[in-house]
Design a protein around this ligand. Structure first.
Ligand code: ARG
Ligand code: ZN
Length: 882
């Protein structure tokens, strides 16, 4: 961070300035204030003279007055931590220009000009990881959402689409590989060991999709021939030693390309497709046109270092970024309020892809688990916002579970309402109608109405209103007529800025089961669109057992009045795998919430253990599903229902219930662990399922018999041939005070020293431990030589994990809260985007009992009082305190 003394830096001290120059009350931007750009930039050429310390960039913009603009003669160009070195208009030194804050204002006399701007960049000291930065000696970019303005002055908004030509030049030994968007047009060697490349992207794109990579990289290459006969050269670029871990990413890419042709009729449109893995990255990955840049954790996988979950992550994210080529790039967003247009839709597309590649019901359960643990808390807290927000201060704060995951759920509901074939007609029309445009969520909805034949008038409220709808259901049986009436109510709770809500259309798949035969007469789709609504069914001799929101057709909190026996029945008999899972989850949830109120219910605990026993015995379900059924609801989800609550009490109740089940099912769990341990390694569903239940069996056993579990976990670790088994064993061991623990924690580190992604796991495993001394461990790990605050993966592996470990984070002393606040204060000047991501954990104080809530608030206040907070962190902190 010694940029201040760098004489070649005309802007002074860019990184520190990031934090310092922001006004204290940052401007709020409103969706309804959208106006079209005054000037368009049909073409841009960028010329980079590459260096890690200093990169020179010359940008030549062909600008044209927008006939649909407001006629402003001044060209407004965004800038962020860059300075103008030279500025020319039509080849002559520009006159009359000025700076407005960090933006450049250039009055122009005519309606079309050529503007040339030189800027100087300092990748090595760019710790924010936005714009052009250095990562492990290579140069790479991240421009979404507003990083391009850190490279050159530009109308950095997604509705300005340009054709890009990029030339880059640099020392060949340092940067043997030179990549940018589109197709390689030309390349050659220069004097003094330098070389250059020219990349040409024929597809007009917004600036946030620009990318450049330069470095010492090696490629895993393959080809794909599209349905239209285009032969595409594929490459996954990584650092030398990582090449053997790229096969799964390449397989996933090819599968994605094929799947998008078959499922959505989308064909790839360039001759090259490049993926590059970088180890310093703020998010998961980025869909730059033809040049996707990835966090290494979503590219690299081999059995020894990646878990089955990691393999799924690679497949899902490779798919996600590839699918953006149509949902995001060919059709982009008009403005950032429309972010869910591309993200919600693309998440749905990647979910459907992963479901097709593996098990559909298991994927659905996983997606719902994430929604409940991450999105529901957001939607009921101080940062709640609609999937299409109305305002923001810092757009980076809106890459949220709401925009992404709830956004996907909303489009999934359209699919449920339309049916698969009509939904496809809707997406076809959308792609056809808006190809090449910067579109809005409204454009998508309209295409769905016209193409799929839906009336989405009321449905639009899902885009307008924040908050998870609460639905209640009571069933009433009339013996004399054999009629069942389902009484529903719905209420969308108040959220910040939205005190009054309207009912939304809620599609609910329902089945009514006959108690004796265990069967039903067919699933029905109900659409609940009023505050109160009844549905009647007849032909029943006895009150049926009602299964509602099967497959989780709507992202709601359902409070269905069901007898414990009915939940037990559904857990055993429901033919919808999700509903079966859900019944058991509800039964467990009821027991845990009851326990913290008035102690355990012996009868219900018995029923849960019995139902779980059936799950272990049932040879009709595969192990991947069995593993899901064995997991108890997360503390984050339980807190939504119990709030305000003592999270540690909830955690303890959950552990005790696990102990009860573990004791009752001890023999079955040991038998399951034995059976699963005998299955050899493979990537097929059976072998993966075996690994999943193997660790779940240990988890349950550990709560009942620590000695037995420790011995089995240590043996599992020692004989592990793969990371799934090794990490599972270590997770269990980390929570047991036994001699093997420290020995194997040390062994793990020694074995994987130098492999950053596995060392991340080593940090996480310890920060996640069910161990009363975990906060001491975290404090010590922060001083470990492998810890660095500069790498987002490492920071998250230690601190995000701790913040998600309820017993640690919510330690009565407030020490967990203090550690997170200290981290935010230290990280904010270095990487504001990543720092701001830690605020929601503290911002959840309203869900927590008053004593802890006060401690959480105090930490937020301490952060808020710090001088020079970034816009990112300031927005999140001030909203969390309101
Ligand atoms: N569009 C990317 C994705 O979801 C996310 C990139 C956002 N990056 C950021 N720094 N805000 O695929
Ligand atoms: Zn995305």
């Amino acid at each position: 961070m010694d940029i201040a003394t760098n004489p070649s830096n005309p802007a002074g001290n860019p990184e520190m300035a990031d934090a310092a120059v922001e006004p204290h009350d940052p401007a709020t931007i409103f969706r309804n204030n959208y106006t079209p750009p005054s000037w368009l930039v049909p073409e841009i050429s960028l010329d980079f003279d590459l260096g890690t310390e200093l990169t020179k960039c010359v940008a030549t913009l062909k600008v044209e007055r927008n006939p649909d603009g407001d006629g402003d003669q001044t060209l407004h160009l965004c800038g962020d931590n860059i300075a103008v070195m030279t500025l020319k208009v039509d080849g002559n030194d520009a006159e009359g220009w000025s700076m407005s804050g960090s933006n450049l204002l250039l009055p122009l006399p005519g309606s079309a000009h050529e503007v040339t701007i030189e800027t100087h960049l300092h990748p090595a000291t760019n710790s924010q990881l936005m714009g052009l930065y250095a990562s492990g000696g290579m140069l790479c970019t991240q421009c979404e959402a507003e990083g391009f303005r850190r490279i050159t002055f530009f109308p950095d908004r997604p509705d300005v689409l340009s054709r890009y030509t990029v030339r880059m030049e640099g020392p060949k030994d340092q940067f043997p590989v030179l990549l940018s968007n589109g197709n390689l047009a030309d390349s050659g060697d220069g004097a003094d060991g330098r070389h250059w490349a020219v990349w040409d992207d024929p597809w007009p794109k917004p600036s946030y999709l620009f990318a450049l990579v330069a470095g010492q990289l090696v490629a895993n290459r393959d080809t794909f021939t599209t349905c239209g006969g285009r032969k595409v050269d594929l490459a996954v670029w990584v650092r030398e030693g990582d090449l053997e871990r790229t096969d799964h990413a390449m397989r996933s890419l090819i599968a994605s390309m094929k799947w998008d042709e078959e499922t959505f009729g989308r064909e790839y449109d360039l001759d090259q497709f490049n993926i590059v893995a970088v180890s310093d990255f703020n998010m998961g990955a980025m869909e730059n046109k033809g040049l996707n840049i990835f966090n290494t954790r979503y590219v690299l996988a081999d059995p020894e270092t990646a878990t089955d979950g990691d393999y799924d992550g690679v497949e899902g994210v490779v798919g996600h970024e590839y699918f953006h080529n149509w949902s995001g790039n060919r059709i982009t967003c008009r403005d950032w309020f429309q972010l869910s247009l591309k993200e919600g839709f693309t998440v749905l597309r990647d979910q459907l892809f992963s479901a097709d590649m593996g098990s559909e019901p298991v994927k659905r359960i996983e997606d719902v688990r994430i929604l409940r643990a991450a999105q529901f808390p957001e939607d009921s807290g101080p940062l709640a916002h609609p999937i299409r927000p109305d305002s923001y201060q810092e757009i980076s704060n809106f890459y949220t579970a709401t925009v992404y995951n709830k956004g996907a759920e909303v489009i999934r509901m359209m699919k449920t309402l339309a049916g698969d074939d009509a939904f496809r007609k809707g997406t076809d029309l959308y792609f056809d109608r808006h190809d090449g445009e910067a579109a809005t969520c409204e454009d998508f909805i309209k295409s769905m109405e016209d193409g799929a034949g839906l009336d989405l008038t009321q449905f639009r409220r899902w885009y307008e209103q924040a908050g998870t709808p609460r639905v209640t259901m009571q069933s009433e049986f009339d013996q004399s007529t054999g009629t069942v009436t389902l009484h529903f109510t719905q209420k969308v709770p108040a959220t910040p800025g939205q005190p009054n809500k309207q009912p939304v259309p809620i599609p609910l798949k329902v089945a009514l089961f006959d108690r004796d035969s265990g069967t039903h007469t067919g699933e029905k789709l109900l659409v609940l669109d009023k505050a109160r609504q009844d549905f009647t069914f007849d032909g029943f001799a006895k009150p049926p057992v009602v299964s509602v929101n099967r497959a989780f057709t709507a992202p709601i909190q359902l409070d269905a009045e069901a007898h414990d026996d009915d939940l037990v029945f559904l857990a055993a008999n429901d033919d919808d795998a999700f509903a079966r899972y859900e019944a058991l989850q509800q039964l467990v949830t009821r027991e845990l919430l009851g326990t913290i109120e008035h102690g355990p219910d012996e009868k219900r605990r018995g029923a849960i253990a019995e139902a779980m026993g059936k799950v272990l015995d049932d040879d009709q379900i595969d192990d991947l599903m069995r593993g899901e059924l064995m997991m108890l609801p997360s503390i984050a989800f339980l807190l939504e229902l119990a709030a305000p609550a003592n999270p540690v009490a909830l955690h303890e109740a959950r552990e005790r219930l696990k102990g009860h089940i573990g004791t009752r099912l001890r023999d079955k769990l040991i038998a399951l662990h034995e059976r699963a341990s005998a299955v050899p390694y493979g990537l097929d569903a059976d072998a993966r399922g075996a690994r999943k239940v193997k660790t779940q069996a240990l988890v349950m056993l550990a709560a009942a018999d620590q000695k037995e579990a420790a011995a089995r976990a240590a043996a599992q670790y020692r004989t592990a041939t793969n990371m799934t088994d090794r990490q599972g064993a270590m997770m269990v061991l980390a929570g047991i005070d036994c001699p093997e623990r420290s020995e194997l924690v040390a062994d793990f580190h020694k074995r994987f020293e130098g492999n950053a992604l596995v060392i991340d796991k080593w940090f996480s495993l310890q920060a996640n431990a069910l161990d009363p001394k975990v906060l001491d461990t975290v404090e010590a790990l922060a001083k470990h030589p492998d810890f660095t605050i500069k790498n987002p993966n490492r920071v998250r592996s230690l601190y995000m994990t701790m913040a998600g470990n309820a017993a640690a984070f919510h330690d009565e002393s407030g020490r967990g809260y203090r550690m997170i606040a200290d981290l935010v204060l230290a990280l904010d000047p270095i990487n504001a985007q990543t720092a701001a991501r830690f605020i929601p954990a503290l911002g959840r104080w309203r869900k927590i009992e008053p004593g802890r809530a006060a401690l959480m608030r105090a930490e937020l206040e301490r952060i808020a009082a710090a001088p020079n907070l970034s816009k990112d962190t300031r927005e999140q902190v001030s909203k969390s305190l309101d």
